[in-house]
Ligand binder design. Structure first.
Ligand code: MN
Ligand code: MN
Length: 291
């Protein structure tokens, strides 16, 4: 990685950190979810940066992939455990970072996810395997008395690509890819009071284009035109300014041109905490761009 690209990653990280910190302060009982999400997304654009994906705002047993819908009437409430997950990019160079905001009595769970992230960062350097990072994450979360979410992982980042190799598990295993100098990796431990496995909910507000195949339905074609500048990065249904967009979106998903990212949740009544930073692997350790 050359210095110019490294600086793009660092600047994206600084912007993401600043806005996520602001966001954490806005999550208060009574605040509107839609207003909060839109205000934070606007801050990214006003920083002359791009959104690598819609701001994720996931509640309680939902681990990821929720965001405000355009008619969202939800408000943050006492007792909630809220995850804000923000992706900022500069020219395709991404900073991916998340924080959990506890409006109830989930302080230990939040600490567990953070401790797991710290433990992984402490050992991240060239030659360390993704499975070893997973082992450090698992040990920290289990040490706090919770379960790591086994079927969610951290991931490599490439230009305009949100999930490249290596995949960084939240549980230990032997072998796996070794970290390499110059890699950019997002590490994101999830700690749960539930089963430690997430499944897909019916709710899906986030979409992504997965095929460039042409489509003939005019509304669908217009939707593809609107999102082509995303270069495959996810977008929100809320962002699409298009009449009858439900029909166009359903059609595009049916054709395999768009996919949905359904909300991922652990069992009802459980709570999931997340912490995430983006790292650049350096010769003798790592640089955390979002800290
Ligand atoms: Mn993230
Ligand atoms: Mn991520």
């Amino acid at each position: 990685m050359n210095d110019e690209i490294l600086e793009q990653y660092r600047e994206a990280g600084r912007i993401a950190k600043r806005i996520l910190t602001t966001g954490a302060g806005m999550v208060r009982p009574g605040a509107g979810v839609l207003e909060t999400v839109e205000a934070l997304e606007t801050m990214v654009l006003e920083a002359d940066a791009g959104l690598a994906f819609p701001l994720n705002c996931s509640f309680n047993e939902a681990a990821a992939h929720d965001t405000a819908s355009e008619d969202d009437e939800r408000v943050f409430a006492a007792g909630d455990l809220v995850k804000l997950d923000l992706g900022v990019h500069l020219d395709g160079y991404v900073a991916d970072t998340a924080v959990s905001i506890d409006l109830g009595d989930h302080g230990e769970l939040v600490k567990a996810a953070r401790a797991a992230l710290d433990a992984a960062i402490a050992i991240a350097r060239p030659g360390v395997s993704a499975g070893t990072l997973g082992g450090a994450i698992q040990a920290a979360i289990e040490g706090h008395g919770y379960r790591p979410v086994a079927n969610l992982t951290g991931h490599g980042l490439d230009r305009y690509v949100l999930h490249s190799s290596p995949s960084v598990p939240n549980i230990g295993h032997a072998g796996g890819a070794l970290l390499v100098e110059g890699q950019v990796v997002a590490i994101e431990p999830f700690a749960s009071t539930g089963s430690g496995l997430v499944s897909e909910a019916a709710r899906a507000e986030i979409y992504g284009q997965v095929s460039a195949r042409p489509t003939r339905l005019p509304g669908a074609r217009r939707a593809v035109e609107l999102v082509c500048e995303r270069r495959g990065m996810p977008f929100s249904r809320r962002w699409l300014d298009l009449p009858k967009k439900e029909i166009a979106l359903a059609n595009l998903v049916r054709q395999g041109i768009f996919r949905t990212y359904p909300v991922l949740h652990d069992v009802p009544g459980s709570f999931v905490a997340q912490a995430e930073h983006t790292l650049v692997i350096l010769e003798d350790g790592c640089l955390v761009t979002t800290a």
